[in-house]
Ligand binder design. Structure first.
Ligand SMILES: N[C@@H](CCC(=O)N[C@@H](CS)C(=O)NCC(=O)O)C(=O)O
Length: 231
């Protein structure tokens, strides 16, 4: 199996939160896979030309685009360990997905885009800047100066700490789809910058460490920008 994964100028640095979600799903299933780095401007190399986004999974003759479709495909094709086992777990994952979109991405994104831009390949810089500036109606630099981002992040993480004070994972005793949905944006931040923008509640920090340790430390070993030692 091959997962097409977004790469920065250093092709071993893989920031995409949606690609991280797909990688966690594959790891949870215990499936062997390799990743194929793709840069933004390499649309001609994307296996699903109509989609133009990653993650994309190739499994034999099957090509599946979009992280949600990839997860549904894996659950259907590889029963084994469920990523989401019950309708109740799915309902919780749907809530966390909505919370990430409404709270976490808006708090992290404005700070991240300018840093991602600095780290993309030269051929990607114009595309990345113009696509994001068109989407948000501001320059990347203006976005990064959005007032109140620290407070927004900290208020969001207070909400997240509530379940994590009482449970090891959002899935309870073990991680499930909710954990992967929420942790993937933090991987976007981790691989792109080591700067600290906000205070992390203790329960959230401890959960993040547990997430980094999963699957033989797969996420912890991921190469980060400025990281000369990681695999
Ligand atoms: N809904 C899609 C979103 C995928 C997505 O937005 N991927 C971004 C990387 S995080 C991408 O491929 N961007 C390429 C581009 O902006 O041209 C999913 O869940 O897979």
């Amino acid at each position: 199996m091959k997962l097409y994964d977004l790469a920065l100028a250093d092709i071993d640095v893989r920031p995409s939160p949606f690609c991280w979600l797909a990688k966690f799903a594959l790891l949870h299933k215990g499936l062997e896979f390799e990743t194929e780095p793709l840069r933004f401007a390499e649309k001609h190399n994307y296996p699903d030309q109509d989609h133009g986004r990653v993650p994309i999974l190739r499994d034999g003759d099957h090509i599946i685009s979009d992280s949600a479709n990839i997860i549904a495909y894996l659950e259907k094709s590889y029963p084994g360990e469920r990523i989401v086992a019950t309708p109740g777990e799915q309902a919780a994952a749907d809530f966390y997905n909505s919370w990430v979109g409404a709270n976490l991405f808006p708090a992290l994104g404005p700070v991240m885009f300018v840093r991602v831009h600095a780290a993309v390949h030269e051929d990607d810089k114009e595309y990345f800047r113009s696509s994001r500036e068109k989407r948000f109606g501001q320059t990347l630099e203006e976005l990064s100066m959005t007032p109140g981002l620290k407070e927004k992040a900290e208020a969001s993480l207070q909400v997240l700490s509530a379940p994590l004070v009482r449970h090891k994972f959002l899935g309870g005793d073990k991680p499930n789809l909710s954990d992967y949905i929420v942790f993937s944006p933090f991987m976007w931040q981790r691989v792109t910058t080591s700067e600290t923008f906000y205070e992390t509640p203790q329960a959230v920090g401890a959960w993040q460490e547990r997430m980094l340790d999963l699957f033989d430390g797969y996420a912890r070993k991921a190469k980060t920008l400025g990281d000369k030692t990681a695999a």
